[in-house]
Design a protein around this ligand. Sequence first.
Ligand code: ISL
Ligand code: CA
Length: 579
Amino acid sequence: MPSFAAKEPTRSWWKESNVYQIYPSSFKDTNGDGIGDIQGIISELDHIKGLGADIIWICPCYRSPQVDMGYDISDYRDIDPRYGTLADIDELIEKLHERGMKLLMDLVVNHTSDQHMWFQSALTSKDSPYRDYYVWKKPKTGPNGERLPPNNWMSEFSGSVWEYDAASDEYYLHLFAVEQPDLNWENPKVVEEVHSIVRYWLDKGVDGFRLDAINYISKDTTYPDVAATDSDQLYYDGKQFYSNGPRMHEFLQGIGKILKSYNAFSVGEMGAFKDPKDVLDVVAESRVELNMVFQFEIVDIDCGTSGRYFPQNWNLPQLKQIVTKWQTSMYENDGWNALFLENHDQGRSVSRFGSDLPEFRSISAKMLATFLGLQSGTVFVYQGQELGMANIPTTWDISQFRDLWVFNVYNELVKAQDLTTLKVFKTELHKKGRDNSRTPVQWNSSDYAGFSAVQPWISVIDDYTTVNAAAQYEDPKSVYNYWSSVFKLRKSHKDLFVYGAFSLIDPTNEEIFAYERTYREQRALVVLSFSAKSVSWSLPKHYDIGEKSDVLLANYDDCSPLVSKIEIRPFEAIVYKLD
Ligand code: ISL
Ligand code: CA
């Protein structure tokens, strides 16, 4: 029998909301500079509202030199001129609130830009009041007297996490790009600054935050080396020493208290978390830290052990195991899931988990919408996902990519003349490179997909002539309209789909992913095919075949009733109501 949770989750507005993520550079350009802007967001609020999303999360639009697309902030209290002004944000907040919608800003406080006034001042002298806002360490000396970085940690974007400053003969820490120095949270002044930034935006009327790389804010302050395993390798992944560090909960509770006093929404990015217990320590209601966390187990499923630019085979039972682990552990322990298959750091889900072949693209995008959208948690849809936008075509040349991470790795491999790895890199880049999701949103079939009047900062994908929002509004069977049905179902069956329990059916089946949602006497069965072939599926025995079952949603026009053996078509999705 499916498991009925003894206690029901407490109810909250943020559990009942659907979130739409916006990458501002690629959403919509209104002033003809080829870069999306805040007025562009304002002009498309009906697109988002029409979809059924209640909240938008905007990736960083603060003042920034844009080395890492705004994740390098030089002024936390201002908007970058490429996106608009503070007045535009005020207008956006007002127009959202008029529609009963909310705004999340991206809080990037693990690091700043090297152009931030704090860091610029820190560079001038060891006596600067801002020197201790960052992490500085003396060089190490190698066996031949050479100067070495303080430890062997590897930066997320390749190379060492340490950058040498000749003027002071010290290194500073940067877990990400050289231009993104890490803030020193051990300094109480930094904590105060962050609190004041949080209050500044909440006082402006912002409704909450997505917290960037927030599991990295507390480091092992002894900065130990990672045990070396390969004499050729200089740097190693040091997450064991900087993810979920000793003071992380204390720091999160400091922010959590403020967020709670504003009844604000919070989702923390904690990519390295794999143990539900670690996530529960952040999201369980009693902790007053964050509402929910993005963990990366699903989006890492096809990433190799050496990182995303390496391949990894996976199968459906593995995916089921991951989904079930998070679904049940959060539900049963007062936690909550942040559900996503895409964001600005990931490949497009239809290309990775469905099929972007013309014959399967729309049907598999709808299957994935059903898969994700009816799980327990808060659903996040990333711009373009609601249209079934696909990855960058393999015909693109490397010069058309824009992500600094791509060029760091590419240049390194070219320099090392490592042609074998370079070939692997190119293949995987087309599956998982961050630029795949950063191409302009395809609004209509006019030039540049209606995104801009001029050539955008990153090329539009050619299929915009057929895959675009305008065409999808007209088509009742479009991916956009299907997503909207999924969101409607969450709202019309809130008890079941928001607050119901999850249980997996048929764990070992390699093609069919089936799960039940149950709430008291209400039950629904979600049947999904991840296969491009037809499959006949024998229902697990406990189903009382013949019982009356309505179909709540399906991605084909007609569908089979719930009989003991169902013929399931490629990427079919059917939601049966069982009670
Ligand atoms: O990508 C990861 C693992 O492969 C993560 O662990 C990574 O730390 C995480 O994705 C961090 O990303 C965030 O911070 C970065 C920025 O470039 C990304 O766009 C942002 O989402 C630095 O601010
Ligand atoms: Ca613009």
